[in-house]
Design a protein around this ligand. Sequence first.
Ligand code: HEC
Ligand code: HEC
Length: 405
Amino acid sequence: MKQRVTAIAVGVACFALGATIQRLYDTRRPQQAQIPRPTPQPAAPAAQPPAAAAADFSKIDFSKEPLWAYGRTEPPKPGETAAPQAPPTRNLRPGADPAEQTEMRHVEESRTEYSLVDIRDGSSVIDWFPEDHPPMPDIIEHGPAAAGEQKRGCGSCHLPNGKGRPENASPAGLPAAYILRQLNDFRNGLRHSADPRKANTNTMILLAKAMTDEEMRQAAEYFSAVKWTPRFRVVETNLVPTTRIAGELYIATSNKRTEPIAGRIIEVPEDEEQTEALRNPRVGFVAYVPVGSIRKGKDLVTLGGMKVVNGQIVQGKTTACGACHGTDLMGVAPDVPPIAGRSPSYLARQIFDTQQGARNGSNSSVQLMKMVVDKLTPEDIVAITAYLASRPVPAVPADQLVARR
Ligand code: HEC
Ligand code: HEC
């Protein structure tokens, strides 16, 4: 009997909390719902230096940084920044065998072939599986013309199918209006990484600044049309393989799990050669998460950490995420993005970036997200993102499944 009363109390409290947030959210929600069609505009001026160079990092509390999510082992030193990324090139790498770099490569199930030189050329994105996504518009394949020699196709980092990688982002299947707002937030200096060393986010900002409104609209429509299906598996474990870090990505250096996970999440390619050298978009990642983190994350995500102690409801440190992100955590278009079955490294960076004010978007709902994540500790962020990553993504009907894996 007591248990039943408790269950009902929890239910009522959840409902009340959800309703309050929903009301707050509805009143703040901007009326704009559709992707606005831009009026024709002159081409954007040549790309400016990354906005993050001018961003203020003085208020970031690096003692709380989930370093694993940024592909780092130490917090940044005072004043440390990122050198700009080198522009894409087709030059042969000195010191490496030229024949090896120009030899044609294949990946399983693909009918096409590319050399390493083709694969590395980010200004002309290779496409192993054109059948996995709609035809790529020019912006996805070649990037914004106004970026000059810095031009890179969106698909070079996010892959042609938008599934991305742990060290960047996965724009596939996000609401188009949400994507458009993020691109504008990058462009307008409202979104940067909390970690000043994150060179690829600076490149993202540079590209957003170089894009025309029309290119932004095309990119948003393209990525939102690709269905999201997770590309990694989550493994709860006390031990992880030894790793090295290459370009903010952890790579396993052994097949055996011998190193304590030590409260981190370690996301590694299933197959380094396929992911790194060949950029095969069908081969995914493994996310090792600490034992017990998924259950702890479930409490925070579904109840906001609320507890019933001696029949009294004790508020948790956060708010049930489903109140805004939907009970299946698949987002609510046009404003709220899906967060189920996405890379834990990416999700953790967004939570920290939002908490620290580095991601401070134009949507007033961002301020609500900020309140929600304000009290989360690095351990909470591990638990929450382990749980979110482990969430199933509702099955996509076969005829709509553009990306197959
Ligand atoms: C150099 C690699 C790179 C390229 C090229 C690139 N991006 Fe990004 N993108 C990133 C990174 C890194 C992030 C943010 C990750 C972070 O800070 O945690 C990002 C984030 C995003 C997001 C936010 C996703 C979300 O869930 O909020 C969108 C949308 C996006 N990129 C679209 C694009 C488009 C469109 C292009 C082509 C013009 C592009 N990107 C080109 C690296 C890149
Ligand atoms: C009050 C509503 C609200 C609640 C509650 C909420 N969120 Fe959000 N969340 C948002 C909105 C709106 C955005 C998009 C922000 C923007 O436009 O930049 C967002 C964005 C995010 C993102 C970034 C996604 C991406 O693709 O970049 C993550 C991660 C996230 N939320 C996690 C959470 C977690 C975890 C919880 C629960 C602990 C939570 N949110 C609770 C409204 C909410």
